[in-house]
Every structure is written in C-alpha cells, then in structure tokens.
Design a protein around this ligand. Sequence first.
Ligand SMILES: [Zn+2]
Length: 232
Amino acid sequence: MPLLLDFADNAIKINVRTSKKARRLRLVSGINGVEAIVPLDYRAEELQSFVSSRKDWIIKTSQYYSRLKERCGGIEPDTIYFLGSKYHFHVVKDKKTSAVVSEAMKVITFHMADRRRYKEEMQEWYKEQIGRVIAERLPLLAGRLNMKFGKVSIKSQKSRWASCSKKGNMNFNLLLAAAPLEVIDYVIIHELTHLVEMDHSSRFWQLVKEADPDYKKHKEWLAIYSPVIKIR
Ligand SMILES: [Zn+2]
C-alpha cells in the first residue's frame, strides 16, 4: 500500500514494499518514484517517522528524477531505443524473421513467426546490431589506444553495461544497442582502459578523458537512459 507524503506544496507518493531480506527500513529513489523497502514486521509509525526524518532527501531526489524523466521523455509502451533514437515498433506475423528500420518515420517493424516471442526476437536483434557495432569499433579504438583485447561476447546482463577480465576478454550488454554511437565508444574505451587500470581511480578517469574528452556527457547519457532502456 502506498504511503502518501504531503510536504506542503509537493505531495509525494511512496510505494511500500515488504521484503523478507530487509533488516531495517530503507528508501530507494529512481525514475519511477520513491520506494520504501521494509522488513515483514515493520511498524507503520516507525515508517512514518523514518520517512519524515528523510524528508529533504526525498524531495531532492524526487525532483532530480522527475527532471531526468522529462529529459528522456518518460516511458512509453511500444517504443524501443536504437543507436540513440527512439522508435515506435510494430510486430507482424511472417514466415521469415526480419526487422525493417525506417529512420525517417522512426518506426521499426519486426517480422516473426510467433508474435508471442517478440521480446526474445527483439533481444536477438539487439544482440546482432550491437555485435556489428562492437566488431567494428573495438578493434579501431583498441588500435588507437594501443591495447590488445581477447574474446568478445555480447550478453543479456541485468546491471552492467560491460565488463572485462584480466586476460582482456570483454562482455558487452546487448542493451547498448539503444545507445548513441559515441556512448558505445565511451563504453568500449572504459573497458579498454580497465586493461591498464583495474580500479576507477583518478588515473583511470584521466586516461578515459584523454581517449574521450566528452566522457562525462556519455556517462551521464547512460545514467539518464538506463531506466528506460528495456525491451518491453
Ligand atoms: Zn569500470
């Protein structure tokens, strides 16, 4: 049951979610609002006073996320991001699987035999598309930075855009197909830089900046769009 907070001029709805694992009350804020995660045996008055004590933080983060939501246009059904642009998508039944991208109309039509499997088909398509971009950009950027990389795989990952191993093997999240090319380049540069600097130290960011002077903007794109980049 949601808890409605009325802070004079801003009413903020807080969704309350009970969790078996939660040991104490916790608040999380995101593009879809503020959520209170509470243990099964929480007391309502305790939650009420906890929430009141975090009032300033709640207002601040809610405003931050609502600005972000405005900037990325919110979440709409039947839309898919591809290389930084938002497209509407249609799914049509067909014997052969294919996707037709109309850049002018900003529409992608997915053809497939079983329309119920559209999410899997779209994932496959994303995987193919980002695979093609990485296959082209990674050797080029590695050459420019004088780095050697190992095996490359494209995966469906929940919480990471990419990762790399000490051997130089690299994983990229298939959802990166949603990002603009310069953001994909940034992710590649980020991983290549990890081959010389494992941690996110100031030296690490200095090296990233040398390879991508606009890296802050690119990093921010990922932060802004990650809540809306999904296959739905
Ligand atoms: Zn990193």
